[in-house]
Design a protein around this ligand. Structure first.
Ligand code: ARG
Ligand code: ZN
Length: 861
């Protein structure tokens, strides 16, 4: 069934109070739910109430204390007839958490019990109006065996505990009304890292991060990140925490990254645990970012939630922007911005140009789990960031203040946010609302003409057609630009142009010579830019643009231009050799300058050294041949590695001397170290293999060790084998590190990577039951530059086999693996047909989940 945004109706009943009583057991948990309900005066009156259920069997149903015959269960949901205006409903049911392989609702993980309710998991625990606009205050009693479940947690504050014999119980109360998707419960044998935070107005908040016993030493970074988040949200957005307790629990079996349940965030261990020995610098950043993200949801998500799931980006887009700004303040602003743009381009842009494209506020869906996408999250964040760019930070803050103030305690809509932003900031967002309704990445073409003393800039936009949206209106596109004087290398200040028509022309006077144009600085709009610019001008900008993003972009464009020519249609026709080697020389010169520039820090240098990824390159071509893109990219890397051997080796040597710490300089050094090794390995494998083996052996931290292992894994030889064996032995039993071991092999450049993946699927540590492990092998594989796209189609077949095997167990995670197969439209005909064939094979399977069915049918188009 298709659910449509336009069909929204408020629920006929309010549920002011919810009481849940749990008798806990891994195989059998009994749930007794008591709902106080009253007619919602704002809705059409109804003689019945619909309580969602999924796989539940009621043991008893009572209304106002009497057993009642007037209920039925249809498609899992319970429908009760109700004569009056206010009632108390009591329902008892039983669930088996150990059989819950979907990991939605109440499930068992390593002997503990925990929940995941967003979006529609609560209905797998008890019958309830499981929709985000029904807000209720919850009181929870949980009882279980003392030895098995020494820790009993739920939302809000613990108000009472007690014991009798072998069992004990706890009573929790959450004073803040919330929708059911924010409910959480945890019971298990856990230990806590405890600290506290005093809010701006003087409330002392107890903080606990709960993990399994041996993991405690790896929770300090998460605690630091939590405290930093709480402080930052007070300063940057004026948001204070609103309970006396904030708990985080880390779980190994989790479909997503983490969940913002009120006062009891539940996390994938991947985003909690970190120490130097087992976590890379990237892992540290991810922990900080996700801890911030979930904490920030307390206001953007919990205090103000969503009216319906079509508004998901209201909380997710805004909260991603908030976590991005937080990380920018914690680390380096420009580097974080570049990283975020890289994610957007490698994940969201392909989504926007493929069969699953949807606006940040979709109009329909079959399964909401499929809409936790990069478009809702990352493009959603970019859309709000554009408002901030147009308003300026102060007016933007007035907009968010008004939003929080006006809608506190409500289930709101994207429109509410936009309106509050207009009223608070003074922006007119009438036309800007198109960003919420139109899918597809706008393309901007940019030309700069020069005559006399005038430079004339012409900007044109097109928004490409997407499924269900053949024609589009022009949108307001905020573009930051600067015009550089060629001889001085300076500009007279950056300007913000908002292109709100299909085409516009702007004249700039006072330029005796044609200036060099820097455009979409800071990535001010989430668009693709086709600029008519010479290689010389790109070299100019790559060397001296004072906007770090624009400098990175110039370097990227230089490489993209060369590689798409080599791997695209021009390449097929025989790339002009002279042109090609001139382009290579320009790239080498620009990269050389970057390697030796004292004016930039190593962290930024590491960004500037990164070649554009395979997916991003494929996006630039109308028809992509993955093998040719891979060959062109590797060819360039090898050539640069040889050409710049001296500079790369000197740089490598310098950064190897910097001792481990978490300081920005030392982190930057480690980033550059692996980047340099990657180029050296491509240019001179023997030498690099020696360097990498030494880096591996001498590493005193995971960043260096993983970087070295990645390079070795891509090569042949005994150094590779030894390192992989050593790594496995060293970290055997540490799930998160063994995930890295799987992922490195699955995504490696090794020519036999596909065979390796097949073998790893039979490894004793591989299991379909753990989503992190599944992703570490198969997501890494689906993102590999060559193995997934094997000409035989075997890579596609392996992913389709995975989808079919995983779907009955965990549909939510299975459906995520359909996406890589949806890229067929953009591939050369041979591979496109093989991919389609696999999609058709999945579609033909019987009893597919709603999740996978929706993704497969949309992908086939
Ligand atoms: N709200 C969570 C987060 O962003 C994600 C929950 C995802 N749940 C799901 N069923 N897909 O922070
Ligand atoms: Zn979120």
């Amino acid at each position: 069934a298709i659910i449509r945004r336009e069909d929204y109706q408020p629920f006929a009943w309010n549920v002011p109070e919810t009481r849940l009583e749990f008798d806990l057991g891994l195989e059998r948990t009994t749930v007794r739910a008591t709902l106080k309900i009253a007619r919602n005066p704002a809705a059409e009156p109804s003689p019945t109430i619909l309580l969602n259920g999924d796989g539940l069997v009621p043991l008893s149903v009572m209304v106002d204390g009497e057993a009642t015959p007037s209920w039925t269960v249809q498609n899992g949901d319970m429908i009760l007839s109700l004569p009056g205006d206010a009632h108390t409903i009591t329902i008892v049911n039983e669930i088996d958490p150990s059989a819950n392989t979907q990991l939605m609702g109440l499930f068992a993980s390593n002997g503990m019990l925990c929940t995941q309710c967003e979006a529609e998991g609560f209905r797998r625990i008890t019958f309830f109006p499981d929709r985000p606009d029904v807000l209720s205050t919850y009181s929870v009693r949980m009882e279980g065996a003392k030895t098995q479940f020494p820790v009993l947690l739920s939302n809000g504050n613990m108000v009472e505990t007690g014991e009798s014999g072998e069992t004990h119980w706890a009573e929790w109360q959450d004073p803040w009304p919330k929708p059911s998707y924010l409910f959480a419960l945890v019971a298990g044998d856990l230990v806590a890292n405890s600290d506290s935070f005093t809010t701006a107005s003087g409330r002392k908040v107890a903080l606990n991060i709960y993990v399994r016993d041996g993991d405690l030493p790896r929770t300090d970074h998460a605690m630091r990140s939590l405290i930093a988040s709480m402080k930052w949200d007070e300063e940057a957005f004026g948001r204070e925490y609103d309970l006396d307790l904030f708990n985080i629990v880390a779980v190994s079996d989790f479909n997503m990254g983490a969940m913002e349940n009120k006062g009891l965030n539940i996390f994938n261990t991947k985003y909690v645990l970190a120490d130097a020995e087992t976590a890379t610098d990237g892992d540290y950043d991810a922990v900080e970012g996700v801890i911030g993200h979930e904490y920030f949801h307390n206001w953007s998500g919990n205090r103000i939630t969503c009216q319906d799931w079509f508004q998901l980006s209201l909380k997710e887009g805004f909260t991603v922007l908030r976590d991005q700004l937080f990380s920018e303040d914690m680390q380096s602003q420009p580097v974080k911005r570049i990283e975020d743009v890289r994610i957007l381009r490698s994940v969201q842009f392909p989504e926007d140009s493929g069969p699953l494209a949807h606006p940040i506020r979709p109009d329909s869906f079959q399964e909401i789990s499929n809409f936790y996408t990069s478009t809702i999250y990352n493009k959603g964040a970019e859309v709000i960031r554009m408002m901030r760019t147009m308003a300026g930070p102060d007016a933007f803050r007035q907009g968010t203040d008004l939003y929080f103030d006006r809608h506190d305690g409500e289930a709101a809509t994207c429109e509410d946010f936009i309106k509050a932003m207009e009223d608070g900031s003074g922006l007119d967002l009438t036309q800007f609302r198109l960003w919420y309704s139109q899918a597809g990445t706008p393309k901007i073409s940019v030309t700069l003409a020069h005559e006399g003393d005038t430079a004339t800039l012409t900007l044109k936009q097109t928004v490409p057609p997407t499924p269900g949206q053949p024609a589009k209106y022009p949108m307001p596109i905020p573009l930051k630009i600067a015009l550089f004087d060629r001889s001085s290398g300076m500009h007279d200040g950056q300007q913000l142009i908002v292109l709100d028509k299909e085409e516009t022309t702007i004249a700039f006077t006072g330029f005796a010579e044609k200036p060099v144009l820097s455009v979409n600085r800071g990535f001010s709009a989430p668009v693709t830019v086709e600029r008519d610019i010479s290689r010389d001008d790109l070299v100019f900008l790559a060397a001296r643009d004072d906007d770090p993003f624009a400098r990175y972009e110039a370097m990227q464009d230089l490489v993209v231009g060369h590689l798409t020519a080599a791997a695209g249609d021009a390449g097929a026709a025989g790339l002009n050799d002279m042109e090609s080697s001139a382009a290579r020389r320009d790239i080498a010169a620009a990269l050389r300058a970057i390697l030796v520039d004292d004016g930039i820090d190593d962290s930024m240098r590491g960004e500037l050294m990164m070649l554009p990824g395979q997916t991003y390159l494929a996006e630039q071509l109308s028809i992509a041949d993955p093998a040719r893109i891979h060959a062109a990219r590797e060819g360039l890397k090898a050539w640069l590695g040889t050409e710049l051997d001296a500079e790369l080796s000197a740089l490598y040597e310098r950064v190897c001397a910097i001792p481990y710490s978490l300081d920005a300089d030392a982190r930057g050094a480690r980033k550059v170290k692996t980047q340099a090794l990657v180029f050296l390995a491509a240019g001179n494998p023997d030498k690099a293999s020696r360097l990498a083996a030494a880096q591996y052996a001498n590493a005193d931290n995971m960043t260096d060790r993983q970087g070295a292992l990645m390079v070795l894994t891509g090569m042949d030889g005994v150094a590779r084998t030894n390192a992989l064996i050593d790594f496995y032995r060293r970290y055997e039993g540490n799930e998160l590190v063994i995930d890295k071991w799987f992922a490195l092999q699955a995504s490696s450049l090794h020519p036999n990577a596909l065979e390796h993946v097949k073998a790893l699927a039979g490894h004793k540590d591989f299991t379909l039951r753990n989503p992190n492990r599944v992703r570490s092998l198969y997501m890494a594989f689906a993102g590999s530059p060559h193995a997934f796209h094997a000409e035989s189609g075997e890579g596609y077949r392996m992913i389709a086999d995975l989808v079919l095997a995983l779907d009955p167990m965990n549909p939510q995670t299975a459906a995520r693996f359909v996406t890589p197969l949806g890229r067929w439209r953009r591939l050369e005909p041979g591979r496109a047909a093989l991919m389609r064939k696999e999609l058709e094979r999945i579609a033909a399977a019987s009893a597919l989940s709603r999740d996978t069915y929706e993704q497969v049918t949309r992908s086939l188009g």
